[in-house]
Design a binder for this molecule. Structure first.
Ligand SMILES: [Fe+2]
Ligand SMILES: [Fe+2]
Length: 184
């Protein structure tokens, strides 16, 4: 299915990000200097690609139709599961942003610890989240939504993809992963 294939590709990109940012955190723990600019780029990727681009698309299209059409199982899966995890991911991003601002002022080790620990909490959360969506949530949607609804989801996703392609929206975020992978 077109829209789910697109979401799966985005998951692969987000997982690439989690792997490279984990390598960066490991190197810092081993004694390498924390380069604040790397974490600023990471925040851009997490906020604008993983959240604004990917999570928002799930929330506004696929999850919306699942909630409207699949009853209490979807409510449990989406409202009490996936959406709670999206919010938790946003909380970690906010903590990282605040700690970056504070670290730049005083180079406090507590802020450094907060940047690394929130980043790794985000990494572990988002990996588990993606696994659940790939193996359970998307599969459930494809099996249980009727063809008319699946077509609507594809149509809405195609429209968004077209706008994003015209704006070249996605490429700059993938450049961040490429750049980080070259360095680490
Ligand atoms: Fe999600
Ligand atoms: Fe997702």
């Amino acid at each position: 299915m077109y829209s789910i294939d697109i979401l799966l590709i985005e998951h692969d990109n987000i997982l690439r990000f989690t792997n490279v940012i984990e390598n960066i955190c490991v190197k810092i723990i081993e004694g390498e200097i924390l380069d604040i600019n790397i974490f600023k780029k990471a925040v851009i990727f997490m906020k604008e690609y993983a959240d604004n681009y990917h999570h928002k698309k799930e929330e506004n299209i696929l999850f919306k139709y699942m909630l409207e059409n699949l009853g209490s199982i979807a409510k449990n899966l989406i409202s009490s599961g996936m959406l709670v995890e999206h919010d938790l991911a946003r909380l970690h991003i906010l903590e990282i942003e605040n700690s970056i601002i504070s670290y730049e002022k005083n180079f406090n080790t507590k802020d450094k610890l907060s940047i690394i620990s929130n980043m790794m909490a985000y990494v572990y959360l988002i990996r588990r989240h993606i696994e659940k969506e790939n193996k359970l949530v998307y599969t459930y949607a494809e099996k249980n939504l009727n063809k008319d609804i699946l077509d609507k989801i594809d149509l809405e996703s195609e429209k968004i993809e077209k706008i994003n392609k015209e704006k070249n929206n996605c490429l700059k975020y993938l450049d961040i992963i490429d750049m980080l992978e070259k360095l680490y």
